[in-house]
Design a protein around this ligand. Structure first.
Ligand SMILES: *Cc1c(COP(=O)(O)O)cnc(C)c1O
Length: 367
């Protein structure tokens, strides 16, 4: 049996009629940048995640950068980031001239450890940037409390958390700013790049909106040195169609995650752990083992595709090679990068494929 890691094309095929219609509507409208289609999606997405404002931007990295700029984070400021995350989280901090200050994750949830944040805060700390890694929400309650105590902002990287819940409320309305990606493989993904910023604060939202459009409110009048980072109306129209299926698709992911949780039973494999108050959107199902390459080969022989999120932590990347990060200070991130393995999950994975995957994991032994 072939088990693809994620069948992105299947998401289009399931909705092709509605998606084609949505695209045609934009093509015939003659309105190809900003405009009503984008505004409709922004309203829909803000309402869905429970935020007052949504600003559609070009991609998730820009969403993070624009979010940081809207919080007035700039050169010389420090931003607390997880030591283990996709590099985009760090790159956005660097893009505004600020310094990423890594904090280790908890070994069980892989999300930033709130008990380690306070000691990383200095006079220069401007914001905390938790990531809801794999769709599992970071522990926002203690993080927001620490931020309030120290007068720093919270910007969330929600690129993997469309539909995830914390404390009974969807991710999107908790922190000062929430950054989203609509990269095709995300739980809510376009047919190309896309991203958004959500916020409940009208001033932050207003700054983000100005920054994404050349720093301009009135054409040819530029208040700040902005960017050109606007969510394409064609992608906005596609995303409106897909948004109406997100809950159902996340339920399918949850069914697979629940199945894996109850059926994977191998003493050499650690399954994901969720923090209290959280509900994951199951963007990824990440197991770990000390003998990863052997498990990878075993699954690959049985037609099962896996991926590693992520093999090299940002502080070990050449991109940050001259910044003086000492890897011995981040042993958990180093260890996770060696041991994590993402197994297939997605709205179009069949239960037969999930069963074959679970059985194959159970039949593996490193010795
Ligand atoms: C995908 C992703 C991003 C970046 O999104 P793009 O749209 O690819 O720029 C940022 N952070 C995390 C955690 C992601 O998974």
């Amino acid at each position: 049996m072939k088990v693809p890691f994620l069948d992105v094309g299947a998401t289009y095929k399931e909705l092709s009629k509605d998606v084609d219609e949505a695209i045609a509507r934009v093509l015939h409208s003659g309105w190809y940048v900003l405009g009503p289609e984008l505004e409709s999606f922004e309203r829909d997405f803000a309402a869905f995640v429970g935020a007052n404002h949504c600003i559609g931007v070009a991609n998730g990295l820009d969403a993070l950068e624009i979010g940081l700029r809207a919080l007035e984070v700039g050169p010389g400021d420090e931003v607390i980031v997880p030591s283990n995350t996709y590099i985009a989280t760090w790159l956005a901090v660097s893009a505004v001239g600020a310094i990423p200050v890594p904090v280790e994750p908890r070994r069980d949830t892989h999300n930033i450890d709130p008990s380690l944040i306070e000691r990383a805060i200095t006079k220069r700390t401007k914001a905390i940037l938790p990531v809801h890694l794999y769709g599992q929400p970071a522990e926002l309650k203690p993080i927001l409390e620490i931020a309030a105590r120290h007068g720093v902002r919270v910007i969330e990287d929600a690129a993997q958390a469309h539909g995830s819940e914390y404390d009974g409320r969807l991710i999107g309305g908790h922190g000062d700013v929430v950054a989203w990606s609509f990269y095709p493989g995300k739980n809510l993904g376009g047919l190309g790049d896309g991203g958004a910023v959500t916020s409940n604060d009208p001033d932050i939202a207003d700054r983000a909106k100005v920054i994404r459009n050349y720093g301009s409110r009135i054409k040819y009048v530029n208040d700040v040195r902005g960017m050109n980072s606007r969510l394409d109306p064609i992608q906005a129209a596609i995303l409106r169609v897909k948004l109406s299926h997100l809950e159902e698709w996340n339920e399918r992911r949850t069914k697979i995650a629940d199945y894996y949780a109850s059926s994977i039973d191998n003493p050499y494999v650690v399954k994901p752990a969720l923090a209290p108050r959280t509900r994951s959107a199951w963007h990824l199902y990440v197991i770990s083992t000390a003998n990863r390459s052997s498990l990878e080969a075993h699954l690959s022989q049985r037609g099962i595709s896996t991926l590693i999120h992520y093999p090299i932590p940002p502080f070990l990347q050449q991109a940050y090679g001259n910044c003086g990060y000492d890897p011995t200070k981040y042993p958990i991130a180093v260890k996770l990068a060696k041991e994590v393995l993402s197994i297939p999950i997605g709205p179009h994975l069949t239960m037969e494929q999930a069963a074959w995957t679970a059985n194959s994991i159970n039949s593996w032994s490193p010795i």
